[in-house]
Design a protein around this ligand. Sequence first.
Ligand SMILES: Cc1cc2nc3c(=O)[nH]c(=O)nc-3n(C[C@H](O)[C@H](O)[C@H](O)COP(=O)(O)OP(=O)(O)OC[C@H]3O[C@@H](n4cnc5c(N)ncnc54)[C@H](O)[C@@H]3O)c2cc1C
Length: 380
Amino acid sequence: MKNIHDLIVIGAGLSSLMFLSQYIKKSTNQSILLLEQKNSIKQDQTFCVWEGPGLHNITDQFHLKPKKIWSKVALNEAGTEIKRHINPYKYVCFDGGETLKKLTEACAPKVTTISNEKVDRIIHRNGTHEITTTNGTYYTKCIIDSRSNFKPHEIKSSFIKQAFIGHEIETDQAQFNPNEVTLMSFRHNKDEVEFNYLLPFSEKRALVETTVFSSLPNLKKIESSHAKLLKKYGSYKTIRQEKAIIPMAVIDPDEEQGILRIGTGAGMIRASSGYSMRRIANWVLTLQLQNINERNISQFKYKPNFLLNWLDKIFLNVIYSHPEKGPYLFMTLFERASMPSLVRFLSDEASRSDLIGILLSMPKMLMLKGLFKVKDDDQN
Ligand SMILES: Cc1cc2nc3c(=O)[nH]c(=O)nc-3n(C[C@H](O)[C@H](O)[C@H](O)COP(=O)(O)OP(=O)(O)OC[C@H]3O[C@@H](n4cnc5c(N)ncnc54)[C@H](O)[C@@H]3O)c2cc1C
C-alpha cells in the first residue's frame, strides 16, 4: 500500500495549524500529512483575541506578531455609548494571512503539506482509513479532520449564524480613533441583531464590518447595509475584504473510530460570540501532547465547559426568539459586568465568581425567557 502516513490532517486552517505547531514539538518520528483544498493562503481573515493575566499568552506561545493592540473598547446603540478600559487585559488583532503563514512555517519541518487537495471521501476498512482526494488516495489509522461539515443532530442548541462583510479601508481624511475598538455599534433591525464592528489601525486605516446574527442571514441585504455604512467614510481605498458566515451553536460531534474532529465542526467556535482562536489555543495548550495513535486519539477530543455551554444556550435562545432585544442584552452586559470577569468569560477562562458576576449583570427577565426555552428543548 502506497501513501501510508501515521497521521493525516484534513484542512490547513486555524485549528489544524495551531494544533500541529505545538504537536510537532512533542511527537517523534511520525509521518504527518496535511491536505488542504485551497491552493494558497488568502488575506481574507482577521483574528482578534483577548490577552492578559490568567489567559494563555497566544502571541508568545504561537510566536505570532500582533497587527494592533487596544486597551479600550466601545459599544453603542441609538445614541447611548458605553466605553470601557480593559487594562490589564488587551484586545489583540492578528492578520489572518500572516498568522496562517507563520503557523505553516512552524509546522513545515515535520509536516508534509499538499495544497489543492480536496478530500472527497473517507472509508474505514480493517482498522485503516482510506482517504480519497481530487488527486489521489492516502491511508492512515489516525485522522484529524477540521472540515466544518457538522450534521444537524450534532447541534445541541438554537442555531444562529453570524454573517459579516468587512472592508479594510484607507481614507483620505483622518477619521478613526486608533486607541479604541468599536465592538458593536447596533443598527436598527427588528428581525436580526445587526451591528458594525470597527478595528481602527490608524487615524486613516480601519477594518469596517457589518455583522448580522440571524437564523437565516441574507448576504445581499447585509451588502446593501454595508455599502451605506462605507459611504459615511467619504473617499477611501479598499486594502482587502472579508466575507463569511460562521455557525453560532453548541456543537457536539459524533465520535468515529480513529478520527478526531477539531475546529468549527467540533464546537470550537464559541457559540455566543463566533470567536474561536482563544478556544483553540486553550485546547491545544492544555493537551497532554504525546504521539497520537488509534488507541489514544479520543483523549485529544475537545471537552467543552458545561457551564459556559449552558449559558451560551440560554443566550442563543434569547437571540433566536427575541433578536430585537440583542442590543439591550449586550449593552447591559458590557455596562454592568466587571471588565476582567467579562474578558475571562469571553475567553473561556471564567472562575466561579466571574460566572456569578456575569449572571448577575445580565437582564434577568430576558435570560429567564432564554432559560425556559432551554428547558423545553431538553425535554423534547
Ligand atoms: C473572516 C473571518 C474573521 C474571523 N474573525 C475572528 C476573530 O476575530 N477572532 C476569532 O477568534 N475568530 C474569528 N473567526 C472565526 C474563526 O477563528 C475561524 O472560522 C477559524 O478559522 C476556525 O478554524 P477551523 O480550523 O475550524 O476552520 P478553517 O480555518 O476554515 O480551516 C478549515 C480548513 O479546511 C479546509 N477544507 C475544508 N474542506 C476541505 C476538504 N474537503 N479537503 C481539504 N481541505 C478542506 C479549508 O479550506 C480550510 O483551510 C473569523 C472567521 C472568519 C472567516
